[in-house]
Ligand binder design. Structure first.
Ligand SMILES: Nc1ncnc2c1ncn2[C@@H]1O[C@H](COP(=O)(O)OP(=O)(O)OP(=O)(O)O)[C@@H](O)[C@H]1O
Ligand SMILES: [Mg+2]
Length: 428
């Protein structure tokens, strides 16, 4: 099932560091060369973070965003043309290191738009790609209840060197979540928040998708005053105040006096008329749809503009995600944990609801090791699995936070993640 390889642990030592491409919240991204081949390596910051100082709670194991990113890249792997490809993974408990290796792309859209060599005409060819392929990928993810959750121009990668037409791919799935449509708390990037509440997070991501496209067109002008993040307007008691605040945020040119978003104005203020005339129809259609339909869905916006979601592709991804879900094995696993006194039976149903897809995996997984292992090992292993998936500790969490314990934990986690082919659906 897993189509990527596990990287040899001396991979980095035997490769040549060519360039650092970026460093974000989760670690650094660099270009390495081995035997004339170039690889992009995304390392994760590997340290136990104390999440709660009063309880001195320590987070064990491989970072959850690292596990999550691998999981999502595997799930979305059928989207080979529009999602950056995972080439391999490395988990090195001995040296407390973990990283993923990705296919190399030429740049990201933010860096690319800042290059002197990038012309407005080139951006016009990108619009089509952006809407059809990146929009299409988001629409498909949304359709399957996944939110990207970190959508911005530097997370859209571009290949433009040595190919006739630029290609875009979505990347950076560390924060991607499986989430219910009714959830209206925004989990993504504050900068792209929709200032009026009540929208589900999928419409908000659709909104961000549109704002990023506008930013791409008007660069070097800025759509936002980043010092001036607006409040969330729950009640519009003083309309004028609200408008002033939002106008300040959108650098004065995005809101009309009636409180409508005015994309024409922002483009007129920042681009010359010849360039505005080059903007393809698809841009106007998509942005019009998103602005006019407050709870707009990216799929509808694309359909309104003449693009249909690729249902065959959707079915393939869906199968990739859901073949693992099995009600019987899930219940069996929970039963097993309770019988072995790893879990309290009272929380069985709550856990069941939340982690149904995952649990079926564990059961099959744990069954494989139970035949020739002692009861204590099973209990320890059960605790590692439970912690990896739920982030919670079992009744007698056997790890006392010493270095040796952490090492054993990492080793077991590594075995577990590899044995389930990394298919971990982290639901919260
Ligand atoms: N496969 C790739 N090919 C080329 N460049 C890449 C690739 N992956 C990442 N990069 C570059 O590295 C940057 C950071 O990568 P990524 O977004 O995956 O990491 P991150 O730590 O989550 O960053 P951030 O927190 O800033 O979003 C990207 O914006 C891009 O410029
Ligand atoms: Mg990023």
């Amino acid at each position: 099932m897993i189509n990527c390889f596990v990287i040899n642990k001396n991979f980095l030592e035997t490769s040549k560091l060519k360039e650092t491409l970026g460093s974000g919240t989760f670690g650094k991204v660099s270009l390495y060369q081995q035997n004339q081949k170039l690889f992009v390596v995304k390392e994760s910051v590997f340290k136990e973070k104390v999440t709660d100082l009063t309880k001195k709670k320590t987070v064990f194991g491989y970072p959850d965003y690292f596990i999550n990113e691998i999981d999502k890249l595997i799930k979305f792997r059928p989207l080979i043309d529009t999602v950056v490809q995972l080439e391999g993974i490395c988990m090195d408990a001995d040296n407390r290191k973990s990283y993923i290796v990705l296919e190399m792309m030429d740049s990201d859209l933010e860096k690319w738009s800042k290059l002197n060599s990038t012309t407005f005409d080139m951006k016009m060819t990108i619009i089509q790609e952006y809407i059809q392929n990146i929009g299409g990928t988001l629409a498909l993810m949304h359709n399957l209840n996944f939110i990207h959750n970190d959508f911005k121009l530097n997370n859209v990668l571009i290949n433009y060197l040595n190919i006739p037409n630029p290609k875009l791919k979505l990347s950076d799935f560390g924060k991607t979540k499986y989430i219910d449509y009714s959830v209206i708390n925004y989990g993504g990037i504050t900068k792209y928040i929709y200032p009026f509440p009540g929208k589900d997070i999928y419409s908000i991501e659709t909104w961000g998708f549109m704002l990023n496209l506008i930013e791409l067109l008007i660069y070097p002008a800025k759509l936002f005053d980043s010092k001036h993040i607006p409040k969330l307007y729950i009640k519009e008691t003083n309309k004028q105040e609200v408008m002033d605040d939002l106008k300040g945020y959108y650098n004065n040119f995005f809101m009309t006096d009636k409180g409508k978003f005015n994309i024409k104005k922002i483009l007129k203020d920042n681009l010359d008329i010849n360039n505005i005339n080059k903007i393809p129809k698809i841009f106007w259609k998509v942005t019009k749809y998103i602005c006019q339909n407050v709870n707009s869905n990216i799929q509808d916006a694309l359909e309104y503009s003449g693009y249909k979601l690729d249902n065959t592709l959707k079915d393939i991804v869906y199968n990739n995600i859901s073949h693992i879900s099995d009600d019987k094995t899930c219940k069996g696993y929970l039963q097993f944990l309770c019988e072995h006194n790893i879990l309290k039976s009272e929380i069985k149903s709550e856990i069941y609801e939340k982690y149904i897809i995952l649990l079926s995996f564990f059961f099959n997984n744990i069954k494989n090791i139970t035949d020739d292992n002692h009861n204590d090992n099973i209990k320890t292993y059960g605790s590692v699995i439970y912690y990896t998936v739920t982030g919670k500790k079992t009744i007698d969490f056997p790890f006392m936070e010493t270095d040796i314990d952490k090492y054993i934990f990492l080793k077991m986690q590594e075995i577990f993640l590899n044995s389930i082919n990394f298919q971990v659906l982290v639901l919260n």
